[in-house]
Design a protein around this ligand. Structure first.
Ligand code: DGL
Length: 267
């Protein structure tokens, strides 16, 4: 038994899609969330910058006495998970890429899988690499969709504009006869209704957040460090705390979300 919180972080607010699943599946676990709202987006930054930012965040979360970490950000996970595990060898770190790959391999029937994410995630080739570790004969078709993040941040979900942008980005992918599409970015599950409307019901959308929470639950069980308490949720950002407060209220249903701004450069 261990009632210390799980630390979850993302480049911004999108990681709340992962928080939501952890709250739903691991009902006794407390959460400390950090969204790097001052330095978002990470998707177009270099690997060394993203690694440096992520290490600062992990040091901050460790100062909050977390027992494990979930990297909610696909860009961080795809580019720097290995480096971060080397920097923090004692720490239990779960990411979203491995769980996303597990879900996609369960879902696909024809082995033709699409992956969408930021420039950084797609360029890293990490999803394709992990998928081919499971089945070398998988055909993977990847596409960076940089405009999806601002569409979500600016509230353009469930609009014709969103569908037009999605259709423009996904046109080529849809010619490849994929039957499964990994939403390889924290923000994309928020657009999933629009994406599903564009791609059609025959394509299964994969939100890695679901399996990520499940895998974290398994690790906690294996290590015998599950919490047995009424959970608490604390949110930290590097800027724009009001935006996080609104999102946590609207998206997670937290009544009075406790959000604190942090000078993350100090860590
Ligand atoms: N959180 C990022 C991801 O999942 C998307 C936003 C960004 O570019 O920072 O890749």
């Amino acid at each position: 038994m261990d009632n210390r919180p799980i630390g979850i972080f993302d480049s911004g607010l999108g990681g709340l899609t992962v928080v939501k699943e952890v709250m739903k599946q691991l009902t006794n676990e407390s959460i400390v969330y950090f969204g790097d709202t001052a330095r978002v987006p990470y998707g177009n930054k270099s690997k060394s910058t993203v690694t440096k930012f992520s290490a600062q965040i992990i040091r901050f979360l460790l100062s909050k006495d977390v027992k494990a970490i979930i990297i909610a950000c696909n860009t961080v996970n795809s580019n720097c998970a290995i480096e971060l595990r080397e920097l923090f060898p004692e720490l239990m770190i779960e990411g979203v890429v491995g769980p996303g790959v597990i879900m996609a391999s369960r879902a696909t029937k024809n082995g033709r899988i699409g992956v969408i994410g930021t420039e950084g995630t797609v360029k890293s080739g990490r999803y394709a690499e992990r998928l081919r570790e499971i089945h070398p004969e998988y055909q993977i078709f990847s596409k960076a969709c940089p405009l999806f993040v601002p569409l979500v941040e600016d509230g353009w979900t469930n609009t014709e504009v969103a569908k037009m942008v999605i259709a423009t980005y996904l046109n080529e992918l849809l010619e490849e006869d994929i039957d499964t599409l990994i939403l390889g970015c924290t923000h994309y599950p928020i657009l999933s209704e629009d994406i599903q409307a564009v791609v059609g019901k025959h394509i299964k959308l994969i939100n890695p957040a679901n399996e990520t929470a499940y895998q974290m639950g398994l690790h906690l069980l294996q290590e015998n460090i599950q919490a047995v308490a009424i959970p608490s949720y604390h949110f930290y950002v590097s800027d724009h705390k009001e935006q996080m407060q609104d999102m946590a209220k609207m998206f997670l249903g937290c009544k009075t979300p406790d959000v604190i701004e942090v000078d993350i450069e100090k860590y």
